[in-house]
Design a binder for this molecule. Structure first.
Ligand code: HEM
Length: 517
């Protein structure tokens, strides 16, 4: 056989092995996975070629989006996670479905969730995001695994110490006061009795402001510019996440990819600019600053003395993106749902106002005063339970593993249905779908029949690093708002929570605000 013949044979062998590999993934793998779980008594919606269960999922979501719920009903799973209701009814509490080509075991038991999230044996890692989602969240703390994750967590942790949070509380107050002043101007200029404001938009602006100030200090204006780009990216990614993903398609110059590339470049360049000018300023002043980039630069400087983890400028850029991605929409929406609940349950609005006046008077609250607002805390937790911004968490076993009675082969994703755990009657009682903040009177671990039934901030080593920050920012906002305004739900409001990566009100939250004398 000549040289050309050998090349042709090699190419044919390569082609055949590739075809076999694709057939294995596309045909054999779904069959084998389904069989493995059937043998363990686990069923689920049937697998369709390439799209898995996504077509059915899309249909369920589309139908759910047409509905509007009763304002007083907090039983929202039918709208925000219709697949959980339908599939657990048809196939049982634990079921298998296909997120495209990716098999997912869906669990809704807090003990199983605890096992996965505590990750004691290091088995369960965060699965790789689709490339579009990676552009959004960055390749920062919330997505990396293993040693890289440990290094990032160690580096960013000092940004959330009590001392740093106290400094940040003052910035939170300043941002919230500027929002309140604007509301007062608008309410006073309004000829009606009370002014209608769309709260979800207001709280997104507020949280962008708070995070820009706490992350970038004096460079907050440039920071806000970067975040604007990231909000645009989020819209592109939310649209892409429901579609089938074809590996490699992210490199094709399609109009949506080109838009994502441009936005990503803009966000990164702006953040790089902020970090580089801070590096220069730090060299001349010797001060790092109390904000996130100050903390990260300080951590990188320690490196040069050889005793700590090094973070490059690009890694810092990724962490800034993560900080915004993980903290902005979550906190803004958590605040939105709290205000919604306080407008529906007027008696609680009164109770909180009394507590705020008692502990903080009419002055600007500080971190110590905020820590005394027990009832505000309970209401925030109940809002996080009923309207958890993060409705699911996903992990992947890097080895075969055992969860309860189930053997889960390596590479199968485990989806924790937070929304279902949060309203399980088995753990929360018959009033699981009702607003009852006093269930948290003795703390989170005593509120339900399982100490870890509240998973709004996750659990285990990867628990939300910003949870104290978020609770402080929310308490500050609630305290200042209730000191100054009474809130009632506008008749225009449509109760339509939607899962758009983060749970939010589909048509916003119009609230009538009346200044208090
Ligand atoms: C009410 C507001 C918030 C909610 C409900 C929330 C929820 C969560 C949840 C559920 C996780 C765990 C995800 C998982 O295990 O898969 C998480 C992780 C994370 N959160 Fe939050 N979060 C909030 C606010 C914030 C804020 C304000 C920040 C930053 C300022 C932040 C930064 C992060 C980061 C960096 C992670 C990843 C931690 C790691 O993987 O080590 N979050 N958050």
């Amino acid at each position: 056989m000549g040289y050309l013949g050998m090349v042709i044979v090699a190419l044919v062998v390569l082609l055949v092995s590739k075809i076999l590999q694709i057939c294995r993934i596309v045909f054999w793998w779904p069959y084998a996975v389904t069989k493995t779980f059937q043998q363990q008594g686990i069923a689920g919606p049937p697998y369709s070629f390439l799209s898995g269960s996504l077509d059915e999922l899309k249909k369920l979501r589309k139908a759910a989006l047409q509905t509007v719920l009763d304002t007083k009903s907090h039983d929202i799973t039918q709208r925000t996670g219709p697949q959980y209701e339908r599939w657990s009814l048809e196939y049982g509490e634990t079921f298998l479905y296909w997120h495209g080509m990716q098999p997912r075991i869906c669990i809704s038991d807090p003990e199983l969730a605890k096992h996965v999230l505590s990750n004691k044996s290091g088995f369960y890692v965060k699965p790789k995001h689709r490339p579009s989602a990676e552009k959004l969240a960055g390749k920062g703390l919330s997505v990396v695994n293993g040693l890289e994750w440990a290094k990032r967590r160690r580096t960013v942790n000092p940004a959330f110490t009590i001392d740093k949070l106290k400094v940040m509380t003052r910035q939170m107050a300043a941002c919230t006061i500027s929002m309140i002043e604007e509301w007062k101007n608008q309410a006073n200029a309004s000829e009606e009795q009370g002014k209608t404001m769309e709260m979800n938009g207001e709280f997104k602006k507020l949280m962008a402001d708070v995070i820009a100030h706490t992350a970038f200090g004096s460079s907050f204006l440039e920071g806000k510019e970067a975040f604007k780009g990231q909000i645009e990216l989020q819209k592109c990614c939310a649209a892409a996440s429901a579609d089938i993903f074809i590996p490699g398609s992210q490199y094709l110059p399609t109009p949506s990819n080109i838009q994502v590339w441009k936005l990503d470049r803009k966000v990164k360049n702006t953040l790089r600019g902020i970090i580089e000018s801070r590096l220069k300023a730090t060299k001349s002043s010797g001060h790092y600053g109390d904000d996130l980039i100050g903390v990260m630069i300080e951590a990188s400087e320690i490196v040069q003395t050889g005793s700590g983890p090094k973070l490059t400028t690009d890694e810092m850029v990724e962490e800034c993106k993560t900080f915004f991605f993980a903290g902005h929409e979550t906190t803004a929406n958590s605040l939105t749902w709290t205000v919604f609940l306080l407008s529906v349950h007027q008696e609680w609005q009164e109770k909180l106002r009394e507590e705020i006046r008692r502990e903080c008077g009419m002055g600007i609250p500080d971190a110590d005063m905020l820590s005394k607002l027990k009832m505000v805390n309970m209401v925030l937790l109940e809002a996080l339970r009923l309207y958890s911004p993060v409705i699911r968490m996903v992990r992947k076993g890097s080895e075969d593993s055992q969860i309860g009675n189930l053997t889960i082969p390596k590479d199968i994703c485990i989806e924790i249905a937070v929304i279902k755990i949060h309203r399980s009657k088995k753990y929360w009682g018959e009033d699981a779908n009702e607003f009852h903040p006093l269930r948290f009177a003795n703390g989170i671990s005593k509120a339900a029949k399982h100490p870890n039934a509240l998973l709004a901030f996750g659990f285990g080593p990867r628990v939300c690093i910003g949870q104290n920050f978020a609770m402080l920012a929310e308490k500050m906002a609630i305290a200042l708002i209730l000191q100054n305004f009474s809130l009632s739900l506008s008749p225009e409001y449509k109760h339509a929570p939607v899962d758009s990566l983060i749970m939010q009100p589909q048509y916003g939250l119009p609230i009538i605000i009346k200044p208090l004398s």
